[in-house]
Design a protein around this ligand. Structure first.
Ligand code: 3H9
Length: 739
């Protein structure tokens, strides 16, 4: 029997396998018509006397259900409509739960959002032990809350604290851990998943939770002792107050979904399951129309689209296969790249450094990450040892002759990098790709040393490589498309979101970050207290304040990059006077324990002596938090717009992804281009003009902003402006920066 996307297979033992398999879709999602389908199917299995128990599973090879269809949610434009969708979801889930015959979910692959909510509504859950099986309620990452009963069923099943943790972070839980948490009832190999689920279903005949007494039934379970505790008003207050305090430390009130999740769970505990569902539906509707949800959903679509982007416009160009990667430099970056290449991309690496100590410390770094995963039980000892064998060390070029790609991560010295290009061309294959992990040197300059400049490219990773999700690939005018496509493919296999940008000083990411950090330095020079600047930017949504970040990156490094930027872009990147005094005072930041902040055993906080070094005599209290935030953020956004106008970026989408995943631009603002679209180009332009008048030409608006403010175009959407067409007079010269 078949309904749209759901089939019923009746077996001889009285078990019906209800299989979800939406035709023509890569994954099952819950679409607008899913409720009707679910209702019909469950009516039909309930009324069929031959069916005694039901197993609900997926017909997709490696996924269960990926949640509600986000494209459908994106089109909702009223809170009422959102609330209606959630209430419909409740209807479907209640239908499953109230089925008098046992319903057991057999889960293989992702069960996320509405997908997990379907499983939670079933009477028991069996999961496969595959590493593809992941369970989670990631709605908050989309600016939403679980809207199909998840906020009520999850806390009752696994306890309030772990449920809040899952919902507030959106984390995905592997099967083994899910079993420990009580989220699933059994974990078995995929080959016996259906059979086990069928056995569980048959064993449950006659002991069904009665309709309408869900909470009482669950309260009898050991797993919910904590829930029972949470019924005590004092315990409950502590629990929720703590959760909210913890949350605000991280979100600073910028993520309304997380706040509402806490409210809705609390309502369910205080006023009962149905009141909880009502609050959930209202909250879901409310959140669905917030700008935060729109922006966070846009990030989902941007990253999904990037997964399919080869990095070049010619769709005929395919990436070449990579069997081996050569890595030059075994420092933190080199070793980090070696790790993601072997452990994530599953490609062996030959790791070279100048001397044995260098190689050893690189290998130790890789081992450290692997050991960490072993401790967290993500790898067995044997898997860890096998993985370690995939990175071999050397102090010579032995073993580089058959590398398909060589990535260099040595000192930022142009001569050294050019020498490496020559060395690799000497020892390597004719078509070996030479990729530089430089964060500041023009790739065009490095390529000048090459006999095959079409094989030279930039692969700019972020530190720590195994944690940072972005890879910025830099192409010169000469880089061949197959080289770009091959490196993009490598980056994706390493688990990265990959954007491709044109060569130019600072590429995209370093170029947009520099003026924001420079603006923060201007504010310090004006006497604005350092903690006030950092706090204003944390409140705006950045994960680290710009002054703290300067300390982390290194004040000396910042000064060096600043000089390069100023050389290329002139006045607008000029640092305030006095910054050199910090270097003269040997303040290099966290690395030598002397910077804007105190380090070591000393008390944390700002090192007040820094003001004296800078010649700042009195605190300037006249600059508001709002002005700090606008000044710093606009420097970032305006420079991003220049990159767009000059064609450094291929699209606004790439600019948003690069800013969010590489630089911590607040995800709920969607990236600099979504930000402009949302605030309005006219408003952004107006603010820049006002600041330009007051503070000088570093706030001169990017030509593309003037253009779209005039034409009414946007960066995204149907009336979007195209990249690379608004150089105006702001274009920097070819990447000639001297370093
Ligand atoms: C929710 O559930 C609300 C409920 O609580 C309330 C209901 C009332 N929607 O990423 P991939 C598509 S909110 C639409 O390349 P991967 C994706 O676009 C939802 N499309 O694969 C792509 O399509 P195409 C909560 C979706 O293996 C294809 O599937 N759920 C959805 O790298 C392959 O995707 C989430 O937030 C969706 N929900 O990653 C999960 N999911 O090829 C969102 C997938 O045509 N999804 N697609 O472009 C993900 O995080 C990843 O897609 C996933 C797979 C981890 C599942």
């Amino acid at each position: 029997m078949a309904h749209e996307g759901l089939t019923i297979e009746k077996r001889g033992d009285g078990v019906a396998i209800v299989r979800m398999d939406i035709p023509g879709e890569p994954m099952n999602t819950l679409k607008s018509d899913f409720v009707d389908t679910f209702m019909r199917v469950f009516d039909s299995v309930e009324n069929d006397p031959e069916i005694k128990a039901i197993v609900f599973t997926s017909g997709k090879k490696d996924s269960f259900i990926a949640g509600a269809d986000i494209s459908m949610l994106e089109t909702v434009n009223s809170a009422e409509e959102g609330e209606r969708i959630s209430r419909e979801g409740h209807k479907a889930m209640n239908r499953i739960e109230s089925c008098p015959k046992p319903v057991v979910a057999a889960i293989h692959g992702v069960a996320l959002g509405g997908g997990l909510e379907v499983a939670l509504a079933c009477h028991a859950r069996v999961a496969s032990n595959s590493n593809k099986t992941k369970l989670g309620l990631p709605e908050s990452q989309l600016g939403l809350l679980p809207g199909a009963g998840g906020t009520q069923r999850l806390p009752r099943l696994i306890g309030v604290q772990p449920a809040l943790d899952m919902m507030l972070t959106g984390k995905q839980i592997e099967a083994k851990k899910a079993l420990k948490m009580g989220l699933v009832d059994d974990v078995v190999p995929p080959s016996i998943l259906l059979e086990t689920a069928a056995e569980v279903a048959l064993s449950r005949i006659g002991r069904q939770p009665k309709k309408d007494s869900f909470i009482d039934q669950l309260l009898d379970k050991e797993a919910v002792t904590e829930f029972a505790l949470a019924k005590n008003p004092v315990g409950r207050k502590i629990l929720f107050d703590q959760a909210r305090k913890q949350l605000h430390k991280q979100t600073r009130g910028n993520y309304p979904a997380q706040d509402l999740i806490i409210d809705v769970v609390k309502t369910g505990l205080e006023d009962g399951f149905q009141a909880g569902l009502d609050a959930e539906a209202r909250g879901f509707g409310r959140l669905l129309t917030t700008p935060e949800a729109a922006n966070l959903m846009s990030i989902f679509f941007a990253t999904t689209a990037l997964k399919k982007d080869t990095g070049v416009d010619d769709t005929n160009v395919k990436p070449r296969e990579i069997h081996k990667v050569g890595m030059l430099g075994a420092g933190l970056m080199g070793a980090g790249i070696a790790y993601v290449t072997t452990a994530v991309a599953k490609i062996p690496v030959r790791l070279k450094d100048r001397d044995a100590d260098g190689v050893l410390s690189g290998l130790r770094y890789v081992r450290g990450i692997i050991d960490g995963r072993m401790k967290r039980k993500k790898l067995s000892e044997q898997q860890a040892n096998t993985l370690m064998l995939q990175t071999t060390g050397t102090t010579t070029y032995a073993g580089f002759h058959d590398a398909d790609v060589v990535v260099e991560a040595v000192f930022e010295d142009l001569g050294l990098k050019q020498q490496m290009v020559r060395d690799i061309e000497e020892v390597g294959r004719d078509d070996v790709i030479f990729a530089s992990n430089t964060s500041s040197l023009p790739i065009t300059k490095i390529a000048e040393a090459s006999k095959h400049p079409e094989t030279v490219i930039g692969m700019h990773y972020f530190s720590p490589v195994h944690k940072m999700p972005l890879l910025e690939i830099i192409v010169t005018d000469k880089t061949a498309d197959w080289v770009t496509a091959t490196c993009v493919d490598l980056g994706k296999r390493q688990g990265k979101h990959v954007i491709v940008v044109k060569d130019g000083v600072g590429f995209y990411t370093s170029r947009v970050l520099a003026p924001m950090m420079n603006e923060a330095a201007h504010l310090v020079a004006e006497g604005v207290p350092i903690e006030k600047i950092d706090s204003a930017m944390l409140n705006w949504g950045f994960p680290v304040g710009p002054i703290k970040l300067t300390d982390e990156v290194g004040i000396d490094v910042g000064a060096k990059v600043g000089k390069i930027m100023q050389g290329a872009f002139g006045e607008r990147m000029q640092p305030p006077e006095g910054m050199q005094k910090l270097i003269d005072d040997e303040r290099y930041g966290r690395k030598n324990g002397r910077g804007f902040y105190l380090y070591g055993d000393k008390k944390k906080g700002v090192d007040e002596s820094v003001y004296e070094v800078l010649g700042v005599t009195a605190a300037n209290k006249s600059v508001s938090n709002e002005e700090i935030a606008w000044r710093c953020a606009l420097q970032f956004v305006n420079e991003a717009c220049r990159c767009f106008g000059e064609g450094i970026l291929r699209s606004a989408r790439d600019g948003d992804v690069g800013a969010v995943f590489g630089l911590g631009f607040p995800p709920f603002r969607g990236g600099p281009f979504r930000f402009v679209d949302q605030v309005g180009a006219k408003e952004v332009l107006g603010r820049l003009r006002e600041l330009e008048k007051r503070l000088g030409s570093r706030f001169s608006p990017a030509p593309v902003l003037e253009e779209i403010a005039r034409t009414g175009q946007t960066f995204h959407g149907n009336n979007a402006v195209q990249p690379g067409q608004s150089r105006g007079n702001s274009a920097h010269s070819a990447p000639e920066a001297s370093v």
